[in-house]
Write a protein that binds this ligand. Structure first.
Ligand SMILES: CCCCCCc1ccc(Oc2ccc(Oc3cccc(O)n3)cc2)c(O)c1
Length: 256
C-alpha cells in the first residue's frame, strides 16, 4: 500500500463479520499502518469483531459497544475513546438498518415507525457521532460514511433505506460545511452492491449483482478491498482538498 497512515488513529463503526464493508476498510487501514478502534452495535457482534481484529497486523486493543440510537451511549463511547486514545484522526461510519418488511413492496406502504427507525440508525447517527467525535479531532480529521446509489435514484425494494441514504448524503454535505472550520473533512463512499449480512435484508439482491456484471462499465462487482482502499485515500492527505463529496466505487454503474 503506497499511502502510509502510520501514527494515525481511526474509529471504525459497524464491523459485523468478515464480509462487512467495514471490515474491508479495517484491513486497508491496518495495511497502511493505522491504529484502529472498533465499535459494534450490540454484544452479539463482540466475539466476531474481537476474533477478526486479532487477525490484523497491528495491535488494535480498543473494541467497544456503541448503540447509536442512544445519545448517552454515543457520548459514553467517545468519552471512553478520549480517555484511552486521547485524539483520533478520523472515523468510518458503516452503520445502517431498516426493517426487512420495509425493504420490499410498495414504498407508499412504509410505516411511520419503520421510516423513523431507518432514519434514526442509518442517517441521524452520522450527525450525533460527529457531534461527539469532533472534540477528539482538534488537529482536523476525516469522516467517511457509506452510502448506496439507491439514495440518488429509485431502485426497486430499496425503498425506506433509499430515503435514509438520501438524508445521509445531504447530512455529509451539511456536516462538511459545518466542520470545515475545524479542519474536519466529511465524505461518503457510494459502494456498488456487495454481499454482506446486511444485503440479506434486501429483496432480490442477487439480481442486482448480475445486472452490475452485465451493465457496469467495468463489468464486474465491487469488492470490500476497493472500498477500503478508497477509504485510505479519503483518510490520507492525498484527499486534503476533498470534502462534502460522494465518491462512487461501483465499477462506474452510476454513469448509466
Ligand atoms: C435494490 C437494491 C439492491 C442492492 C442493495 C445494496 C445494499 C446492500 C446492503 C445495504 O445496507 C443495508 C443495511 C441494513 C439493512 O437493513 C437490514 C439488513 C438485514 C436485516 C434487516 O432486518 N435489516 C439493509 C441494507 C445497503 O445500504 C445497500
Amino acid at each position: 500500500m503506497s499511502i502510509s497512515l502510520k501514527g494515525k488513529t481511526f474509529v471504525i463503526m459497524g464491523v459485523a463479520n468478515k464480509r462487512s464493508i467495514a471490515w474491508g476498510i479495517a484491513r486497508s487501514l491496518d495495511q497502511s499502518g493505522a491504529n484502529l478502534i472498533f465499535t459494534y452495535a450490540s454484544e452479539r457482534f463482540e466475539k466476531s469483531v474481537r476474533d477478526l481484529v486479532a487477525t490484523l497486523e497491528g495491535k488494535h486493543e480498543l473494541i467497544l459497544p456503541c448503540d447509536v440510537t442512544s445519545d448517552e451511549d454515543v457520548e459514553k463511547c467517545f468519552g471512553t475513546i478520549k480517555e484511552q486514545a486521547g485524539k483520533i484522526d478520523g472515523l468510518a461510519h458503516c452503520i445502517a438498518f431498516a426493517k426487512t418488511e420495509e425493504l420490499a413492496g410498495d414504498f407508499s406502504e412504509t410505516s411511520r415507525e419503520g421510516y423513523l427507525l431507518a432514519q434514526n440508525i442509518s442517517s441521524y447517527s452520522l450527525t450525533i457521532i460527529s457531534k461527539y467525535a469532533k472534540p477528539l479531532m482538534a488537529e482536523g480529521g476525516s469522516i467517511v460514511a457509506l452510502t448506496y446509489i439507491g439514495g440518488e435514484r429509485v431502485l426497486p425494494n430499496y425503498n425506506v433505506m433509499g430515503v435514509a441514504k438520501a438524508a445521509l448524503e445531504m447530512s455529509v454535505r451539511y456536516l462538511a460545511a459545518d466542520l470545515g472550520k475545524q479542519g474536519i473533512r466529511v465524505n461518503a463512499i457510494s459502494s456498488g452492491p456487495i454481499r454482506t449480512l446486511s444485503s440479506k435484508g434486501v429483496s432480490d439482491f442477487n439480481s442486482i449483482l448480475h445486472e452490475i456484471e452485465e451493465k457496469s462499465p467495468l463489468h464486474r462487482n465491487t469488492t470490500p478491498e476497493e472500498v477500503g482502499d478508497t477509504a485510505v485515500f479519503l483518510f490520507s492527505d492525498m484527499s486534503r482538498g476533498i470534502t462534502g463529496e460522494t465518491i462512487h466505487v461501483d465499477s462506474g454503474y452510476h454513469v448509466l
